[in-house]
Design a protein around this ligand. Structure first.
Ligand code: AMP
Ligand code: MG
Length: 495
């Protein structure tokens, strides 16, 4: 009797896969399957996102579901690919990079609109270079919680559906274990995808890629009257504006990305590639969260300039399509108006002041200088200030400042600027200034537990960061100051 070779069972998600990125030709990607991961076990499933995508949580939590989320079983109808891109890393042209450990499963039709599903850590690809194609549990949990924290704060970001772990060893500074995150986004296309084809002078592909992104995500550029009706310039302008708005939100909330290489910049203005990121504890403007960033290129207060530098690289890549350097520069100019406007608006919201008045900039600068001088805890300051405006005593705010007199001087100006209806302003501030922030040490504690196969802290943090403005009385401890050891956590590019 002939023995039938059984193909592995595929997990049917019950939703339609669209062609999506794969419609671009073979120059843009390599088709390949994820490499199965040994003995996958569930770490966390983001059920609110599962539900929002119209997927079945019970199915994904089951055996076959976990296998599929690990890349060990296929999803029926998915045509996995690894995409090619290049980029500037730490200010230097790095040539070809690409999805070295990410595998795009395809584009799924969902109630949130079309969403790409991508596995990170799913094995080697033709773009892995010296890498092993894997991600470790530690960094996978950080990406999962980090992206959901940004989503909870209302900041544009890729999202994460699940983390699956495995006992499979992975070598970093020490031996760790592997994990896979399933990420979602309307598109994972980066500035680096454009730089890739521009650098190789593959202008046909460059145009194809730009037309794809414009048609799908920036259709208003097709019939634009801005910038001499040049759709590619209008596209660059739109990307500049979205990036400006995103970075303004980073600065307002105290988010440090850590590796703003051009291959880590989303063409949709989403926060992408969570590595050594950090939400500030103390307000230290020059804070460097990436231990591998020796020159501080990606320090917190340099992020706005770096984003512009990255957009400039994108502009250079698009120049052959735009065809006019003046137009390209004019498109980039929008960053310089949108970024300050967005940041000032966000800071006024944090302060609970309404409308725009002369002196607002000084008010913001004044408090930031004092926060920096006193190395005051950034999230706690804003939350206490919100409570004060809502009706509580000012003492908990004043107590944060070593220079009380300096603070009192600022407070007098601030109180003059506050609206008469303080309770309403205070309530708005409590919806703007989060109580729960994914601080490094909270992540670290959840990771330690997860390594011991206790996922309860990951679960708890996921819920907290998904509703960071709400009170969670059982988790008051996670809204407090960081412990002393938090200052010594070292997060590097190694992940
Ligand atoms: P990153 O610094 O994480 O943005 O990664 C930069 C480049 O290195 C990208 O092309 C990644 O796909 C690739 N890369 C990072 N880590 C690995 C790994 N462990 N295996 C293969 N490629 C990797
Ligand atoms: Mg990256």
């Amino acid at each position: 009797m002939e023995s039938a070779v059984e193909s592995p069972p595929a997990v049917e998600l019950g939703r339609r896969w669209e062609t999506g990125f794969a419609a671009l030709g073979a120059a843009f990607y390599t088709e390949l399957a994820p490499t199965p991961l040994a003995a996958p076990y569930p770490v966390s499933l983001n059920t609110p996102l599962v539900t929002a995508l119209g997927l079945d949580a019970a199915q994904l939590a089951g055996d076959a579901g976990v296998q599929a989320l690990a890349g060990s079983l296929p999803f029926a109808g998915s045509r996995p690919v690894a995409t090619v891109y290049s980029g500037h890393q730490f200010g230097v042209w790095a040539g070809q990079l690409g999805d070295g450990r990410a595998i795009l499963l395809g584009e799924l039709e969902t109630p949130l609109g079309p969403q790409e599903l991508q596995l990170k850590g799913a094995g080697r690809t033709p773009y892995s270079r010296m890498g092993d194609g894997r991600a470790v549990l530690r960094s996978s949990i950080r990406e999962y919680l980090g992206s959901e924290a940004m989503q909870g704060l209302g900041i544009p970001t890729t999202r994460a559906l699940s983390v699956v772990g495995s006992p499979q060893p992975v070598r970093r500074e020490e031996i760790e274990t592997a994990a896979v995150v399933l990420r979602t986004a309307p598109s994972f296309i980066r500035f680096g995808h454009f730089e890739h084809f521009a650098a190789r002078e593959q202008l046909g592909e460059l145009r194809e890629l730009a037309d794809y992104v414009i048609t799908r995500f920036y259709p208003e550029c097709l019939a634009t009257e801005r910038l001499a009706g040049n759709r590619y310039a209008a596209f660059l302008e739109q990307v500049s504006e979205r990036t400006a708005a995103m970075v303004a939100q980073w600065q307002a909330v105290g988010f440090c990305h850590g590796v703003m290489n051009t291959d880590n910049m989303s063409i949709l203005g989403l926060t992408i590639d969570y590595g050594p990121f950090q939400f500030l504890d103390a307000f230290v403007p020059g804070h460097i969260c990436n231990h591998s960033d020796e020159s501080g290129r990606y320090a917190f207060n340099r992020q706005p300039n770096v984003a512009y530098w990255n957009l400039y690289c994108l502009g250079q890549a698009l120049l052959p399509l735009i065809g006019d350097q003046e137009l390209a520069l004019a498109a980039l100019e929008s960053y310089k108006t949108v970024f300050p406007r967005e940041l000032e608006g966000r800071m006024r919201d944090k302060l609970g002041v309404v409308g725009e008045r002369e002196g607002d900039r000084e008010l913001v600068e004044g408090i930031l200088q004092q926060l920096a001088a006193g190395r005051v805890d950034y999230p706690i300051f804003w939350r206490r200030l919100s409570r004060f405006v809502a009706g509580a005593s000012v003492e908990p705010v004043r107590d944060l400042f070593p220079d009380r007199e300096g603070f009192d001087g600022w407070l007098r100006q601030y109180e003059e600027r506050l609206p008469d209806d303080r309770p309403t302003a205070g309530r708005a501030m409590l919806r703007t200034n989060p109580k729960y922030v994914l601080r490094n040490h909270l992540c670290e504690l959840a990771i330690r537990q997860a390594k011991l196969m206790d996922m309860s802290e990951v679960e708890a943090l996921l819920r907290l960061v998904q509703s960071p403005f709400d009170e969670h009385p059982a988790h008051e401890d996670k809204a407090g100051f960081p412990p002393d050891w938090a200052a010594h956590i070292e997060i590097s590019c190694s992940s």
